[in-house]
Design a protein around this ligand. Structure first.
Ligand code: NAD
Length: 467
C-alpha cells in the first residue's frame, strides 16, 4: 500500500497550487507548494539515507531492477496522468514511461570500474570511485518522467541519494512516480519536492547538496550554476537547443518527409533536440515547404487522451504566448505561413502546426528556440553557407544532415558544432551513448557510463608495491 500523502509529503497540508490540463486550459488538480525552508529537513534525511544506500552495491542493483518493474506495473496510471498535465498523446506518454523503466534497468547493471595506474613506478596506485552525496535534480515540463529518470537512475546507481524537483507545470506524474518508487526503494533515497520558485533556486544553492543536475532553459541554467557556486557543488546542465536539419541536394524529399516532420513536431515541438530550423537547397526549397506544409495541415491535432490525436496542445499558457510572439514577429517581418501561423480557436493551449517560409534574417524564430509547433524552412545556395548558418547560433545540442549519398552526408554532419549529429534521422538516442551539448546547450556529460561517472568522484589509493 502506498504511504498516505499526509505522511509522505512534507507540507502536504499547507499551501497548494493548481495544475492545469493544457487540453482544456482548466485546473484539474493541485500539488503541494512546498516552501524553501522545508528543504533543510528533506536534504538532511537524504544525507542520512545516503550512508546506508552507498554501502551495498549489490542491494542497489536489485532495488533498481525492482524499481523498473514497479514503474511498468504503474504504467497506465502514470501515462494517463502525464498526458493530462503535459498534453502529449497517450501513446507518447506510454513510451515515456517505458523509457523511464528502461533507464532504471540500464543503470542498475552499470558499475564503475576500479583501475590500476601503471606508469613504471614501484607503487600500487588504484582508482576507485565514490558517490558524491545527496544530488539535486531540477527538470522541465516537456518530458517530466523520462528526464527525471535520466537523472535519478545514474545518480542512485552510483550510490547517491536524490532530491528531485519537477516543473510546477507538471508536478503530478512525477509525484506519482515518487510514490511508486517509495514502495520499493529504501526511505529517503529519492524524494520528490514540488513547489513554485524560489524552491528550485534554494535547492540548487543548498549547502547539503553535492551535485546539481539541471535540465531546462539557458537563462535558468545560468542561474542554477550561480546558485550552486555558493556551495561549490558539481553542476551538470542540459540546456536548450536550436537544432538545424541540413538537406543536401541529392535528398529524396518524399522519402524523408515524415521522419523530418516528426523530428520537428513530436511532443508539439517541445523537445530540446527537435529540428527547429530546416536548411534546404534553393532548388528544392519550394518542394520541401510544400511537402511539410501538407503534413502540418492534415495532422490530427487534439487532446492527448483522444486516441486519434497525433499532436497535442502546447503545455502551458506562457509558452503558448512565446510561440505566438515569435511567429507574429516573423510574419510581421515578411515571413509567410505555408501552414498554420496562429492559435486554434476554442479552449486549451492549441497552436496550429506551422511551416514558415521567407523568414527574415535574424528573426528570433531562427536565432532562438521556439520550442513549439513552428518550423522555419530556409533556402541556401552553397553548402558552406548552410553549414555556417547551422553553426551560427549560440546553441549546440544536436543537428542532422539528410541526403542519399550517406558518406557525403556524414562528412557534412561531421562539420556540425554540436553534441550529436545524425544522418537521415534526428534525436535518436541510445541509453549507452554520451549526451552533451556544446556552447550554450550545456555543461557536463549525461548518458551511458559517462552519466554514471558524472555522479561519482575518483578516489586514489596509493601504496608501495609488495616486495
Ligand atoms: P525552465 O528553465 O524554465 O525550467 C526548468 C526547471 O527549472 C523547472 O523545474 C523550473 O521550475 C526550474 N526553475 C525555474 N527557475 C529556477 C531557478 N531560478 N533556480 C532553479 N530552478 C529554477 O525550462 P522549461 O521551460 O521548464 O523547459 C524548457 C527548456 O528546457 C527548453 O529550453 C528546452 O530546450 C530545455 N530542455 C533541455 C533538454 C536537454 O537535455 N538539453 C531536455 C529537455 C528540455
Amino acid at each position: 500500500m502506498l504511504p498516505s500523502e499526509a505522511d509522505r509529503v512534507p507540507g502536504y497540508l499547507a499551501a497548494r497550487f493548481a495544475v492545469v490540463d493544457p487540453a482544456t486550459g482548466e485546473a484539474f488538480d493541485e500539488a503541494p507548494d512546498q516552501q524553501p525552508d522545508e528543504l533543510d529537513a528533506v536534504v538532511d534525511r537524504a544525507h542520512r539515507a545516503w550512508h546506508r544506500w552507498r554501502a551495498d552495491p549489490v542491494a542497489r542493483t536489485a532495488a533498481l531492477r525492482v524499481a523498473a518493474d514497479a514503474v511498468e506495473a504503474a504504467g497506465d496510471d502514470l501515462a494517463r496522468l502525464l498526458t493530462r498535465e503535459q498534453g502529449k498523446p497517450l501513446a507518447e506518454s506510454y513510451a515515456e514511461v517505458a523509457r523511464t523503466a528502461a533507464r532504471l534497468r540500464y543503470f542498475a547493471d552499470l558499475a564503475p570500474r576500479t583501475r590500476r595506474i601503471v606508469d613504471g613506478r614501484p607503487v600500487r596506485s588504484e582508482i576507485r570511485w565514490r558517490p558524491l552525496g545527496p544530488v539535486a535534480a531540477i527538470v522541465p515540463w516537456n518530458f517530466p518522467l523520462q528526464l527525471a529518470a535520466a537523472k535519478f537512475a545514474p545518480a542512485l546507481a552510483a550510490g547517491n541519494t536524490m532530491v528531485l524537483k519537477p516543473s510546477p507545470f507538471t508536478p503530478l506524474a512525477t509525484r506519482l512516480l515518487g510514490s511508486v518508487l517509495a514502495t520499493v526503494l529504501p526511505e529517503d533515497v529519492l524524494t520528490v519536492v514540488t513547489g513554485r520558485e524560489p524552491l528550485g533556486a534554494r535547492l540548487a544553492s543548498h549547502p547539503g547538496i553535492r551535485h546539481v543536475t539541471f535540465t531546462g532553459s539557458v537563462p535558468t541554467g545560468r542561474a542554477v550554476a550561480e546558485a550552486a557556486a555558493a556551495s561549490l557543488a558539481r553542476v551538470t546542465l542540459e540546456l536548450g537547443g536550436n537544432d538545424a536539419a541540413v538537406l543536401l541536394d541529392d535528398v529524396d524529399v518524399d522519402r524523408i518527409a515524415d521522419r523530418l516532420f516528426w523530428a520537428a513536431f513530436r511532443n508539439c515541438g517541445q523537445v530540446c533536440m527537435a529540428v527547429k530550423r530546416v536548411y534546404a537547397p534553393a532548388r528544392l526549397h519550394a518542394e520541401v515547404v510544400e511537402t511539410l506544409a501538407q503534413r502540418a495541415k492534415t495532422v490530427a491535432v487534439g487532446a492527448g487522451l483522444d486516441p486519434d490525436t497525433l499532436l497535442g496542445p502546447v503545455n502551458n499558457a506562457p509558452q503558448l504566448a512565446r510561440i505566438e510572439q515569435v511567429t507574429q514577429q516573423a510574419l510581421a517581418g515578411g515571413a509567410r505561413a505555408a501552414a498554420g501561423g496562429h492559435r486554434l480557436d476554442g479552449p486549451g493551449y492549441f497552436f496550429a502546426p506551422t511551416i514558415l517560409t521567407d523568414v527574415p534574417p535574424g528573426s528570433p524564430v531562427v536565432t532562438g528556440e521556439q520550442f513549439g509547433p513552428v518550423l522555419p524552412v530556409l533556402p541556401y545556395r552553397s553548402l558552406d553557407e548552410a553549414v555556417a548558418a547551422a553553426n551560427g547560433t549560440g546553441f549546440g545540442l544536436g543537428g542532422s544532415v539528410w541526403g542519399t549519398d550517406l558518406d557525403r552526408a556524414e562528412a557534412v554532419a561531421d562539420r556540425l558544432e554540436c553534441g550529436t549529429a545524425w544522418v537521415n534521422h534526428h534525436a535518436e538516442l541510445s541509453l549507452a551513448q554520451p549526451f552533451a551539448g556544446v556552447k550554450d546547450s550545456g555543461v557536463g556529460v549525461a548518458g551511458g557510463p559517462w552519466g554514471l561517472y558524472g555522479n561519482l568522484r575518483p578516489f586514489v589509493v596509493h601504496r608501495p608495491q609488495e616486495a
